[in-house]
Design a protein around this ligand. Structure first.
Ligand SMILES: Nc1ncnc2c1ncn2[C@@H]1O[C@H](COP(=O)(O)OP(=O)(O)OP(=O)(O)O)[C@@H](O)[C@H]1O
Length: 292
């Protein structure tokens, strides 16, 4: 795969002009998402202020399925996840190199607008982070911002139903989002993410702040959501990866000649294969709890 010249990010707010990727005329990126990988990564590396965090990642991420990133702390899972919707653009000194295609289009191409990227590729964070607004306004915020057409009440209801939260909040939509439990808040954040009808949802340890019952709710929800969205999840919980993911990518930290610790993709495969017969001994050692 060709190596792009690199994409220096400045930490300044991304522009509001340009196009969303995957929408170019002439067929580029317009194939059915079920037929092509949603992301194709070729020799992707990410550094912070010149220090490599992750190097040489080459993998495809399938559409309409759940892909889990697992591996020990500091191996670059969140860094790679943030590269998939250009959230690293917001981190001063972060630099992404290599080829990162979203539905066949260069995600970091000069004409691609990072704001549009984040509309198509939403993100749910580790800690539920609702806005200090009502339940309704949390969900309506994104659709209003991007100027979605149609009845806002219907948009909000659809997103809350999609996030399996409607039954619990339909009679209290004007209450503060902070009045919800942690698990409900996380499902509200998922509703907020899907309200703008993205293609992809990136989830960075979405259950780590939740109790076991809320975790099951969110995992069940993910199984539902993958019928409509491609999902990439970072998780520390290998049982969770085994439960929810169709494919799993294992990352580890390698120490280079100069003593630098750099994250690396060890292998990516169907989840059953990774957990029962991984190709690499490092994967086996990690999943069996011998290291990590
Ligand atoms: N904003 C940042 N500025 C500088 N270095 C960073 C930044 N974010 C991450 N790093 C570094 O990049 C490397 C990978 O971090 P990252 O958070 O992506 O790993 P991770 O596998 O997600 O870890 P964890 O499982 O602990 O969340 C680490 O060495 C980390 O210190």
């Amino acid at each position: 795969m060709p190596d792009n010249s690199g994409h220096e990010t400045t930490g300044t707010a991304p522009g509001t002009t340009g196009t969303a990727p995957g929408t170019a005329p002439g067929g580029v990126g317009t194939a059915s998402p079920d037929e092509v990988p949603v992301f194709e990564l070729g020799d992707v590396s990410v550094s912070y202020n010149g220090n490599p965090a992750l190097a040489g990642v080459t993998m495809d991420i399938g559409a309409k399925e759940i892909t889990a990133f697992i591996g020990p702390s500091g191996c670059g899972k969140s860094t790679l996840l943030r590269s998939l919707n250009r959230m690293n653009d917001l981190i001063p000194g972060a630099r992404v190199r290599g080829e990162l295609l979203y539905k066949g289009t260069d995600l970091y191409g000069a004409s691609v607008d990072a704001v549009q990227v984040r509309k198509r590729i939403g993100m749910v964070f580790q800690k539920p982070n609702p806005f200090p607004k009502s339940i309704y306004d949390n969900v309506a915020f994104g659709p209003r911002t991007v100027g979605m057409k149609g009845s806002m009440d219907e948009i909000v209801e659809k997103a809350l139903r999609g996030a399996a939260l409607w039954e619990e909040v339909s009679d209290r939509l004007r209450e503060s989002a902070y009045s919800l439990s942690g698990g409900q808040q996380q499902r509200l954040c998922i509703a907020r993410a899907i309200a703008v009808e993205p293609d992809v949802i990136l989830m960075d340890e979405p259950c780590s702040a939740l109790d076991p019952i809320s975790t099951v709710r969110v995992e069940d929800l993910m199984a539902e959501l993958k019928n409509h969205y491609s999902i990439v999840i970072v998780t520390h919980n290998m049982h969770q990866a085994a439960r929810v993911a169709d494919r799993t990518a294992f990352f580890s930290v390698q120490v280079d000649d100069t003593g630098r610790r750099i994250g690396q993709l060890i292998e990516a495969d169907e989840t059953g294969t990774i957990f029962t017969k991984p190709t690499d001994k490092r994967t086996e050692d990690y999943i069996s709890g011998r290291v990590g």
